[in-house]
Structures are given as C-alpha cells and as structure tokens.
Design a protein. Sequence first.
Length: 319
Amino acid sequence: MPSIIVLDGHTLNPGDNPWDPVAALGELTVHDRTRPEDIVERAANAEIILTNKTPLDADTLARLPRLKFISVLATGYNIVDVEAAAARGIPVSNVPVYGTDAVAEFVFALMLDFTKRPRCHSRWSHRGDWQSSPDFCFWRNPNFTELAGKTLGIVGFGRIGRRVGELASAFKMRILAHSRSRSAEAPYPFEWADPETIFRESDFVSLHCPLTPENQGFVNRALLESMKPSAFLINTARGPLVDEAALAAALNEGRIAGAACDVVSAEPIRPDNPLLNAANLTLTPHIAWAALEARRRLMRTTAENIAAFLDGTPANRVN
C-alpha cells in the first residue's frame, strides 16, 4: 500500500472528522502541523502527500524522490509549485467543491448580524438595560434595517457567489454581479455590473473572486470612497484582495458603515495588521469554510482523489 503523509491535518480533522476514508487507501501518517524546515524529513518516504497550507515549493519537491501524487486539502492550490510538480510527472489535485453552502450561509450570518445585532442586544438585556428602559423595547443598532429591497453586489460569480445570490433572492434583494467571463447563469434575477458600479450602488458588497496578480489589492481607497456611507463590505474570499490599510482608514473615518473580514493578507493575523484597530469591523479567523458538513465533503473528495490517482486516472487535477 502507498505511503500517505498528511502535513497539516488539524484544521480538517480537529477530532470530529476521522481520516478513515483516506486511511483505507494506504499507510497513513497524520501530522497536525508541519514547519517548513521539517517537511523533507517527515515526507522523505511519502508517495502521496496531503497538504492544506504547508508549502511545497520546487526545492522541497526536488528533495522528495519517492513522491508520486499531491492532493491539496482545499480549493486554492497556490501553496504547491504545480509547474515544478508537473515537470517531475507528479499530478496535483485539489477539492474544487465542498464549502459552497457553508460560505454562503456565513455571508448571510454576517449580513444579518450587521442589520439586527441579536447577540449585542441579548448582552445588553442580560446586563439590565432592558429592565431600566422606559419603553417596552429598545435598540442600539443604527443599522437596524431589513435586507429586503437592499442591493447586494457580488464580485466573483462562481459557485459560491451564485449561491450567495440565491439566498439574497430569497431575501428579496436586488443583486448585482461581476465576473470576468460573464458566462454564468442563475435561476433568479440579477444584473451584470462592473466593480465600480457595484461598489457605488450596493448596500452590501461580498467578495467571492479568486486571487490573481491583476486583482490583488483592487479594493483600494478609491473604491471604498465610492461606497455609500451606509454600506458594508464582506470578504470571505482572499485577504490580499483588499488594501487593508485603506479599509481600516475607511472604517475609522466613518466613510462606510462597517465591514467583515474572514480572511486577511497573512494568516494567522499579525499583530501589526491595521484591521485589528479598525472600527465597526467583524473579524473572524478564516472559518467560513469550516462547517462540519463541508469538512466531511472535503475528506470524502480527498479520498476520491487518491483513489482516482491509484486507478491511473487522476481527478480534479490542476497541473
């Protein structure tokens, strides 16, 4: 049986998502985390490597002579030098579909929290604010509004973006969408728009595009200044899409109502990241993808990727 090494398995299985489907396919060794300097030692005898965020660059790959296959435990695969792997005849696979519902639901959890703030009002009630209110009700959220009738701009109209649009349609929102190809279809009304129009007209902007050299930092000061003062920005895609200093400034200066970032430019977040001191920012630690059901789908698909490779027909190959 092939030797299978997992370099950083903790986020996929912190204890509730067993490796059984993968273990059935080879001699499995799972490391919760691996420092870059330990990769070669740990993977020296590996025929199959599974990695999520542990880097496999050309130099590392050259020092792993037994390696035959890499399966990335995620959709994004920039952590692997896929060209170097291809030059050595090593297929690299990813998991393109697993977290669509998880991420879309997370986006709406953020949008509903922006507009309703149930946890904050519960906390205020528990500390006695409701008891001392002269009225039968009270609220302290200046954005206490409905989603119905609001405009949601979606930048990146792939599987997740379209699912976010589907939920928005159920909430009776107007939907603006942008993608480079404009080839996507959806079973609900939406309008194509360029990013400038989306940022200018939307009450909520949600990012769902892949990171490319062309769009790195495209959410810059100019785009943020074009937003409505009552608007919100949501990023559950990739941290470097946003100029974080510009976003922090826009929040601290009150130029937009708020933002939510589940991803940042360097993760774990660094102490000097300006978003840590930004006003009206919901900052979550890259968890939109991590629902149990999504992680179980990721585990199953990874096992299917390995089985397909062993059968001689690699699936979800990215190189």
